[in-house]
Design a protein around this ligand. Structure first.
Ligand code: 2AM
Ligand code: CA
Length: 271
């Protein structure tokens, strides 16, 4: 039985993510990547990002005025209800800028510090993922209705398809490339999707065997982490730790453990 509070939070998260996704999709100028006049393309993306976060926080506050927020675009309030919303209004910003389809709106609700609801809407893929703690992970597609997600049965590591991401800072990227160079001969291949939230949902959906990244913030991973775990995946940080800014690892059981060990050996984390 789903807690009625969690059902309400899920409804609200889905509506917020749907509306923000529509705003971002419909509001993206067709010539964004080539816009050179007036403002830079980056400014347009930042404006869309801020507008999407405001839409989400306004909608939620209207229904639940006592909840707190933590958002990539600066929303940060404590609240008094024990519920805090962790929001990335646009995850995969660079893809959005270039017109690539892998970007998402990520909305999670925490109760007393534990994520209880996660929604990741990927409008250009026509898919929305969601999970409630203890209730499994689900995807709703434009063409195939709602389906329950389960991560892939583990292949041997050398046949695992693993996604990752690279930081915006050049020195960090160089270090990450060194880790990837050591890892790539030991795996089937590496992917670089560009949205942490979507990568975690792709692990949940059985489209990736694993995923890791250094430098994520709580809003990048809160919803996707719950969705991956509810689909049967394991997630963590450095061995024995939870996903963190220093390192996030996710994978189907059997791939997660050796991947996490290799990342430790190769120094993929930072403090
Ligand atoms: P963003 O698109 O909202 O910036 C890309 O590797 C993934 O990591 C994206 O989900 C991106 O979120 C996230 N990310 C967060 N901080 C990052 C950083 N400092 N450098 C690169 N990617 C970062
Ligand atoms: Ca993000």
């Amino acid at each position: 039985m789903t807690d009625p509070l969690h059902s309400d939070l899920l409804d609200l998260a889905q509506e917020a993510a749907r509306r923000a996704g529509a705003l971002l999709k419909d509001g993206r100028p067709a010539d964004l990547a080539v816009a050179r006049t007036k403002s830079s393309p980056i400014d347009v993306v930042t404006e869309m990002d801020i507008a999407a976060e405001k839409l989400i926080t306004d909608l939620i506050s209207e229904h639940r005025p006592d909840d707190g927020f933590l958002g990539e675009e600066g929303a940060s309030t404590e609240g008094t209800s024990g519920i805090r919303w962790v929001i990335d209004p646009l995850d995969g910003t660079v893809n959005y800028l270039y017109g690539l389809p892998t970007w998402a709106v990520s909305v999670a609700a925490e109760q007393d510090g534990e994520t209880v609801v996660g929604v990741v809407a990927a409008p250009m893929r026509g898919e929305t993922f969601h999970a409630v703690r203890g209730g499994g992970a689900w995807a709703t597609g434009a063409w195939d209705g709602e389906r329950r997600l389960a991560c892939r049965p583990a292949p041997p590591l050398e046949q695992a398809l693993v996604s990752t991401g690279f930081n915006y800072v050049a020195e960090v990227r160089t270090h990450q490339a060194d880790v990837a160079r050591k890892l790539i001969p030991l795996l089937r291949d590496i992917r670089r999707g560009g949205s942490a939230a979507v990568d975690l949902c792709d692990v949940a959906a059985g489209r990736l065997d694993g995923y890791y990244e250094r430098g994520l913030h709580p809003w990048d991973l809160a919803a996707g982490d719950l969705i991956a775990r509810e689909a049967g995946a394991l997630t963590g940080g450095r061995p024995g730790e939870r996903p963190a800014h220093g390192l996030t690892v996710a994978g189907t059981p059997g791939v997660f453990e050796p991947l996490q060990r290799l990342l430790e050996d190769f120094g993929a984390w930072h403090d």
